[in-house]
Design a protein. Structure first.
Length: 226
């Protein structure tokens, strides 16, 4: 059924993409890519499960985070070579859209699997799972998007910066999955993506929120706050 959810969501999005333009179109495109990357990960998992014997703990806490973070962010790597100038925060927002798109199908798949246990019938569980997975995938991809944004804005390439942010995203994702496997520490795992998103949103100003507020402020020069 995951294929039905994918195409049932993707096809209406394609019509929306046709009638909008600019950054809004790119956001929807990357959201659609996030969903597509979830399907790719799903198919790769089937192949791995069919042809290889992999321990569940290693698979969930090491292999899955590394694979998901790479596939989600893959189209953004091409933006390092695009000549057209990107706005100051656009790449980070595109990365966030890709991560959120990924979480849509992952949530459906996870909740379908847990339906037999009765957990998926709990509204609290559904909301908590959907919220944390959405924020986790969006924030992790945004970390890597931030590195790409910095390099685009300042006109340089740093393999160390890019790989460092990728490995950091994988490490946090891995920690989240590891805590999810421990019944007594699942609450701590839930707090990780919420804390990280708050840091990115307010402290790191990843999405341009503070800049937008300053521009709307009537007290500063040219509408910007002091």
């Amino acid at each position: 059924m995951i294929e039905a959810v994918y195409f049932g969501t993707l096809i209406p999005l394609l019509f929306l993409i046709i009638v909008i333009k600019g950054e809004y179109r790119r956001l929807i495109l990357f959201f659609a890519w996030g969903m597509t990357s979830a399907i790719l990960v799903y198919l790769i998992n089937i192949l791995l499960d069919t042809h290889f014997v992999i321990g569940q703990t290693f698979f969930l806490t090491q292999l899955i985070p590394a694979m998901e973070e790479l596939i989600k962010v893959f189209p953004l790597l091409f933006m390092l070579r695009v000549g057209k100038k990107a706005t100051e925060f656009s790449i980070i927002r595109l990365a966030m859209a890709s991560g959120i798109g990924f979480s849509i199908l992952e949530n459906y798949l996870y909740l379908s699997i847990t339906a037999s246990s009765g957990l998926a019938n709990s509204i609290f569980f559904i909301i908590t799972r959907s919220l944390t997975a959405c924020v986790l995938h969006g924030s992790m991809t945004a970390l890597i998007g931030w590195a790409i944004q910095i390099m685009r804005n300042r006109g340089f390439f740093s393999f160390g910066l890019l790989s460092g942010m990728y490995l950091l995203a994988v490490a946090i994702h891995s920690l989240y999955n590891s805590l999810g496997l421990m019944g007594n520490l699942q609450v701590v795992g839930i707090l990780i993506p919420l804390f990280l998103f708050t840091v990115e949103y307010y402290l790191f100003n990843f999405f341009g929120r503070k800049r937008i507020i300053r521009r709307k402020s009537p007290g500063g020069k040219n509408g910007e706050g002091s």
